[in-house]
Design a protein around this ligand. Structure first.
Ligand code: GLN
Length: 313
């Protein structure tokens, strides 16, 4: 089996990434950059980067792997992990862990489910996780940013204020979601503060390299880069499980089918996937499919896991 080969000999990670990139780039369909947040519409549709960080401390990358992009919903992975780390599993009283089967910004389930969002990776659930982190730390977006800086070693990681204010100006749906959740008593902070922190963590700029390094705690079953524990083994397992079932919205089934890894996408075109026990991979390509996932990003991950057998299945 191909899988056995790559376990026993020195793996040429660089070549694996190059092959995955080339396979994805040969695709005729590229998708389109998100334009409902005007500041994202300017992204270069030809940009492509891919990075892999291993639990043994190696980091490899191809293409624009060190170019910062808007991490958008990839931030939701860190928001929920940090809310768990700071406050324990009380968060699960306020947000579920089932796929929604609806677009990431949908309002429809919130009324029948009384303001408890289906999972922390759709916008409604991320607003609750942001509120929880804000309640616990006083600075949800700053906590996410500082975690990314610490894990990647990149002190330049910051919110792009232009993107955050573009989101706020066009954020009618997110504002509607937040007010609706608040009407059921499931927000502890003022709606405007929750929205400001939500936009600020979505608008963080970071590269594939930064995100692959920051995602490693999930590959290390909860351990941070400095060896300290962020999540218990069980909490890390649970975050990985919810990423697998809900991290790519109503295309999570397709993502599991093609890639077979826990993963989180964002409308900036980033996808961060976890190889439990082995490493983390981040791909960036701004063209999106109808569900809001990067077309070439998913294709490159599909190519990588198909070539190596590195999936959880
Ligand atoms: N900030 C974006 C929004 O709220 C995040 C969506 C996404 O990346 N799927 O719409």
């Amino acid at each position: 089996m191909r899988n056995d080969n790559v376990q026993n000999v020195r793996v040429d990670y660089q070549q694996l990434l190059r092959d995955a990139m080339d396979t994805a780039r040969r695709l005729p369909a590229r998708g389109r950059p998100a334009d409902y947040i005007p500041a994202l519409a300017a992204a270069d549709p030809e940009a492509f980067g891919m990075a892999l960080a291993t639990v043994d401390g190696e980091v490899h990358g191809v293409g624009d792997w060190e170019h910062p992009f808007s991490i958008q919903s990839v931030s939701k992975l860190f928001t929920v992990a940090l809310a768990l780390a700071e406050g324990g599993d009380g968060i699960w009283q306020r947000v579920g862990r089932e796929p929604s089967g609806n677009p990431f910004n949908s309002l429809v389930q919130l009324e029948s489910e009384q303001g408890i969002p289906r999972n922390p990776f759709i916008n409604a659930g991320a607003l609750v996780a942001t509120d929880r982190l804000l309640e616990l730390t006083g600075d949800a977006a700053g906590t996410v940013r500082d975690f990314l800086r610490a894990e990647s070693g990149n002190r330049l990681i910051a919110t792009d204020d232009g993107v955050a204010s573009s989101e706020a100006r066009h954020g009618h749906r997110n504002a509607a979601l937040a007010h609706f959740i608040a009407s059921y008593g499931n927000l502890r902070n003022p709606v405007d503060s929750v929205l400001a922190h939500y936009y600020a963590h979505c608008a963080i700029s970071a590269s594939c390299r930064d995100l692959a390094l920051a995602g490693l705690f999930l590959a290390r079953h909860g351990l941070r880069t400095d060896g300290s524990r962020l999540l218990t083994r069980s909490e890390a397992k649970r975050v990985n499980a919810v990423l697998l079932t809900c991290g790519t919205y109503d295309a999570a089934g397709e993502f599991a089918f093609r890639v077979g890894l826990p993963g989180k996408s964002g409308v900036g075109g980033g996808v961060l996937a976890v190889l439990p026990g082995r490493g983390a991979v981040c791909v960036w390509s701004p063209g999106l499919d109808a569900a809001g996932n990067s077309v070439l990003g998913v294709a490159a991950l599909d190519a990588l896991t198909t070539a190596t057998g590195w999936s959880v299945f």
